[in-house]
Design a protein around this ligand. Structure first.
Ligand SMILES: Cc1ncc(COP(=O)(O)O)c(C=O)c1O
Length: 385
C-alpha cells in the first residue's frame, strides 16, 4: 500500500496499514521478528533498532495499523489490556484525580482502587450516561475522564462528543476503552477523544488465542511518553502476539458484520423469552442509550446482558449450554457466556455490585459468529430446562 492511509477505507487500512512487503524478502506478511537485540553496523550507527523492549518491527507494524484504524496519531501495544490501561494511567500523577464510568471492567476498578490509590491517584465513579454527574464530581485536580461506552456489563451508553467537550473545557483529557465495539463500529477519536484503549484479547484479535492491549494517542507528547513507558516498564506485546493480532485485524470488518447480525438476532429473541427478566442491549429500541449509540457508532455489537432473576436460575441455564461456552472474555469467533457477579466482576465488593445492578441472576453473552440458528436453539434448550 502506497500513499496516505487516511484516504483509504476501513478494511483497506486494516489489511495494509503499517504492513508494507518485508524489505528484506518481499514477504507479503509482516514477519515475526523473534529477536531480543539488533546488531549495530558500527559504534554509534544502527538501523533504528537497538533492543527489543524498545523496538520490534512486528510490534511496530501492529501499532501503526491500530493507529490507522482508530484514526489516531500513534499506537502502542502491551502484554494485556490491563497493561495498556496501566500505561494510560501513567499520564496521571500523585495528587491528581480521574473520573470514570461507574461500571467499567472489574479489572480497571481493581487497578484504580487497589493499586493506583496507593500512589496518591484518586478516582471517582459516576454514572456517565448523564454528564452532569461527571461535572459534579469534577475537582481542580481532575486530569482525565475515562469512559466505557457501552459499559461492562450494564450496557450504559455515554455521549462521547459531550464528554470530550467537558474534559477539554476543563483542561483534561478524554480516554475511552473501546474494547466492546472495536473501531469498526465506533471510533471515539472522531468524536473528540484524546486516547483510546483496547484489550486486543477481544474483538481485535478475535480468535481467543492471544492476550494483549493497545493504546492509541492523538497528541505527539503522549505518543512519545507511551514509547518511553513501554521501554521503562517493559510490559510490551510479544512479536508472536503482535502477528496474531495483526492477522485478526485483517478480518475485523467481516467478523464485526456477522457479530452485529447475530447479536441483534439473539437480543431480539431473548427479549421475547418469558424466563428473562430484562435484556440489556443498546440495539433494542427500548434501551435508554439506543438513539445515542445510533448517532455515535455504526452498530450495537454482540455483547448482551440479561437477568434470569436468581443465582439458581442462572446456574441451571449456564450448566445446560451446549454450543455456547461458560467462560470469561469476549469478542472471539465462538460464543462465550459468563456470570458477571462471580466471574468478570468478582473483584467488585458485593455492595458495589448491588449499587450497579449487577445481580446474582445476571449473565453476559458475547455472541460469536457461528450459525445464529444454532445459537438460538442452544439458548432456548438451556432456558427451557
Ligand atoms: C472492556 C475491557 N477492558 C479491558 C479489559 C482487560 O483486558 P485484558 O484481559 O486483555 O487485560 C477487559 C477484559 O475483559 C475488558 O473486558
Amino acid at each position: 500500500m502506497k500513499g496516505d492511509p487516511k484516504r483509504l477505507g476501513f478494511s483497506t487500512r486494516a489489511i495494509h496499514a503499517g504492513q508494507p512487503p518485508d524489505p528484506a524478502t518481499g514477504s507479503v506478511t509482516t514477519p515475526i521478528y523473534a529477536t531480543s537485540t539488533y546488531v549495530h553496523d558500527e559504534l554509534g550507527k544502527h538501523k533504528g533498532y537497538e533492543y527489543a523492549r524498545g523496538e520490534n518491527p512486528t510490534r511496530h507494524a501492529l501499532e501503526q495499523c491500530v493507529a490507522a484504524i482508530e484514526g489516531g496519531l500513534a499506537g502502542h501495544a502491551f502484554a494485556s489490556g490491563m497493561a495498556a490501561i496501566s500505561a494510560l494511567m501513567t499520564l496521571v500523577q500523585a495528587g491528581e484525580h480521574v473520573i470514570l464510568s461507574r461500571n467499567v471492567y472489574g479489572g480497571t476498578f481493581r487497578f484504580m482502587t487497589r493499586v493506583l490509590s496507593r500512589y496518591g491517584v484518586e478516582a471517582s465513579w459516576v454514572d456517565t450516561t448523564d454528564l452532569a454527574n461527571a461535572e459534579r464530581a469534577w475537582t481542580a485536580r481532575t486530569r482525565m475522564l475515562y469512559l466505557e461506552t457501552p459499559t461492562n456489563p450494564m450496557m450504559e451508553v455515554s455521549d462521547l462528543a459531550g464528554a470530550a467537550r467537558l474534559a477539554h473545557d476543563r483542561g483534561a483529557v478524554l480516554a475511552v476503552d473501546n474494547t466492546f465495539l472495536s473501531p469498526y463500529l465506533q471510533r471515539p477519536i472522531e468524536h473528540g477523544a484524546d486516547l483510546v484503549v483496547h484489550s486486543t484479547t477481544k474483538f481485535l484479535n478475535g480468535h481467543s488465542d492471544s492476550l494483549g492491549g493497545v493504546l492509541i494517542s492523538t497528541r505527539p507528547a503522549d505518543a512519545e511518553w507511551f514509547a518511553f513507558v513501554q521501554k521503562s516498564v517493559g510490559a510490551i506485546l510479544s512479536p508472536f502476539d503482535s502477528f496474531l493480532v495483526m492477522r485478526g485485524i485483517k478480518t475485523l470488518a467481516v467478523r464485526m458484520e456477522r457479530h452485529e447480525a447475530n447479536g441483534r438476532a439473539v437480543a431480539a429473541h431473548l427479549a421475547r423469552r418469558p424466563e428473562i427478566k430484562s435484556v440489556l442491549y443498546p440495539g433494542l429500541p427500548g434501551h435508554p442509550g439506543h438513539e445515542l449509540q445510533q448517532r455515535q457508532a455504526s452498530g450495537f455489537g454482540s455483547m448482551i446482558t440479561f437477568d434470569l432473576g436468581s443465582f439458581a436460575a442462572a446456574k441451571a441455564f449456564l450448566d445446560r449450554l451446549r454450543v455456547a461456552s461458560l467462560a470469561e472474555s469476549l469478542g472471539g469467533v465462538e460464543t462465550l457466556i459468563s456470570h458477571s457477579a462471580s466471574m468478570t466482576h468478582a473483584s467488585l465488593p458485593a455492595e458495589e455490585r448491588r449499587k450497579l445492578g449487577i445481580t446474582d441472576g445476571l449473565v453476559r453473552i458475547s455472541v460469536g459468529i457461528e450459525d445464529v440458528e444454532d445459537l438460538i436453539a442452544d439458548l432456548d434448550q438451556a432456558l427451557a430446562g
